[in-house]
Structures are given as structure tokens and as C-alpha cells.
Design a protein around this ligand. Structure first.
Ligand SMILES: [Zn+2]
Length: 314
């Protein structure tokens, strides 16, 4: 019997559900709005029922289980713990709730770890044992592979690179600290930088042509030769690259993959990031690590990686 795994990717805005083959191809998928489930019980009931009914349609396959990628997801406990972007408060034992509802083995991890699993199983990291995946979305997440295994640490939460300090007494972060990397190197961070630069600038910028501009408007402006937009990307790359040099000293990866909305501007962002990383890197690591765009950048790597949690080949 052919095996397939179910993946659930929980984000602050959308929830994706998919039935995934071992080669990473999706045979069925469904989308939901996170806001439609103010209580976790409603969520487990509705998604659980969808899983049970679609599994009947797919009875020619063996379902290996459910893998969930979620913000503040803990692989050790199967819980989502105090996720700032979700309405479900406190500790939610989500893996257990899905096992009870569906009778399927369920594993859960952090969304960035799921993206790293996807890179290992379906992307460019297939042959690598040591690599980092950095997700540059609303925040900055990271999944760290060391010696061929995901790094979880003693708590299950290892790899919170987004909340390492990039700028002393810098921008206020959602976690309560100041100057965290994600307040600069993320889709929200780059917009803040552009606004700061605009406030100080006396020249016109193409960015301001879009009201409530987003990260992608900054890239478009930079591609069209806008100086302020380019300076914004350069500044973001400098801060990110400097932090990456520190992570290279810690983990000595073969590659650092960038993914998420902001990584779509990799043709501009990566050269600036690389320059700053190399400038700040210890000599012994020079030329040993490359920054690459994720090969799954146009796909939902978190969703594929969630399914990969319950595939036997990982
Ligand atoms: Zn923080």
C-alpha cells in the first residue's frame, strides 16, 4: 500500500492542510483562515472531521500520521506554548487533541523547524548534515540541523535565532526584549527601516507611491533603481549578515537557506548579507558556508516539512 502523510501548517493568518506523498508532491490540500477558529476545540473538531472524511476517499493509501508545524510548537511535548500570533492562549496540547480525534499518530514542531525538515527531505539540503534554514516572514524563525539531526536543545525550543540581540537597546520586540534580530531582518522589520529612512530623507522615493507599502514594494522600488529602497535592503542585509557570522561560529553550517516572504528578494538581499557575513566571520570559516535561497521558496515549505515529521524516511 502506498504511504502518504498529512501536514498541517498553522500560521497567524492562514492554516493549510495537505496530504503529501513521500516525494513531496501534494495530492489534496485545503486552506482555512486562522481567525475562524477563536477556540482550539473548534479547530480540532473541524479539521479533524475533514481529515476523517478525506482519508475515506483516499482509502487506497496508508496514512502514516499527522505532522503539524506551528509557531512556538514544541516537538518534545506536542504542544503550542504561548504563541503570540495565535488566539489560543497558554499551553495547547495539540498533538494529543488530534490523536484523540483522529486515532492517527501526530507529531508537532515549530514552523521554522518544519521548513528545515522540508529542505532536508525535498530541497537543496538533501546531501547536507549541517545547515540552517532562516524564515524571513512576519518574524524571523530558524531551523538548525547539526550532524544530520534537528537541534532541539533541552527544552525543544532551540533555534530562536530571531530573538538574539542584533542591536543593543534597539527596536522593541514582541517578545518583550529590545533589539532582537527579527525586529530588523523580517518583512515587518524592513518596512520599519524604510519608514525610518524616509523620515530622515529629503529626496523622493518610489516606495511612497504605494500607500501602506509592504516589503515587496521596497524590492520593486529597489529593482527600479530607487536609492532609498536599495539602502533599506542593504541595511537589512548588513544586520542579518553580521548575526549570521555569529551563527556560523556556533554551528559551522555548509549552507544557510533563506526562505519566507522577504527571501523572495534574494537577488538583492543575499549579496548584501553575504558581504556583511564574510566581513564579520572568523578566518577559519571563510569560504566554508554559502547563503542560498531555499529551493522551496515558491512552495509552502512549512506544510511539506510538517508532513515530513511523520514520514519514515526522516
Ligand atoms: Zn524578541
Amino acid at each position: 500500500m502506498k504511504k502518504i502523510a498529512i501536514g498541517i501548517d498553522i500560521g497567524g493568518t492562514n492554516i493549510e492542510l495537505a496530504w503529501v506523498k513521500p516525494d513531496g508532491s501534494i495530492i489534496k490540500n485545503l486552506s482555512y483562515k486562522t481567525a475562524d477558529f477563536p477556540q482550539v476545540e473548534m479547530f480540532v473538531e473541524e479539521i479533524g472531521n475533514a481529515i476523517i472524511s478525506i482519508n475515506k476517499e483516499l482509502s487506497s493509501f496508508e496514512i502514516t500520521g499527522i505532522g503539524i508545524g506551528a509557531p512556538n510548537g514544541n516537538y518534545f511535548t506536542g504542544s503550542i506554548e504561548f504563541a503570540p500570533n495565535l488566539k489560543w492562549e497558554g499551553k495547547i496540547e495539540l498533538a494529543k487533541l488530534f490523536e484523540q480525534k483522529t486515532n492517527l499518530k501526530t507529531q508537532l514542531t515549530n514552523d521554522a523547524n518544519a521548513a528545515a525538515f522540508a529542505e532536508k527531505l525535498f530541497g537543496r539540503a538533501k546531501q547536507m548534515k549541517n545547515f540552517l534554514v532562516v524564515t524571513l516572514g512576519t518574524g524571523l524563525g530558524s531551523g538548525i540541523f547539526v550532524n544530520g539531526e534537528m537541534l532541539y536543545g533541552s527544552t525543544g525550543f532551540a533555534g530562536e535565532l530571531g530573538h538574539t540581540t542584533a542591536i543593543e537597546s534597539g527596536r522593541k520586540c514582541g517578545c518583550g526584549k529590545k533589539g532582537c534580530l527579527e525586529t530588523y531582518a523580517s518583512a515587518t522589520g524592513i518596512v520599519k527601516t524604510a519608514k525610518e529612512f524616509l523620515a530622515l530623507s529629503k529626496v523622493n522615493s518610489l516606495i511612497t507611491e504605494t500607500e501602506n507599502f509592504e516589503a515587496k514594494d521596497i524590492f520593486i522600488a529597489a529593482q527600479n533603481g530607487d536609492k532609498l529602497a536599495f539602502e533599506t535592503i542593504k541595511y537589512t542585509g548588513e544586520i542579518l549578515g553580521k548575526s549570521l557570522a555569529d551563527y556560523v561560529a556556533l554551528f559551522s553550517p555548509e549552507a544557510i537557506f533563506l526562505t519566507g516572504g522577504l527571501a523572495k528578494a534574494h537577488s538583492l538581499l543575499i549579496p548584501e548579507t553575504e558581504k556583511a557575513m564574510n566581513k564579520n566571520m572568523l578566518k577559519i570559516f571563510k569560504e566554508t558556508v554559502k547563503i542560498l535561497p531555499s529551493s522551496l521558496i515558491e512552495q509552502n515549505a512549512g506544510l511539506l516539512g510538517a508532513a515530513a515529521l511523520v514520514m519514515s524516511n526522516i
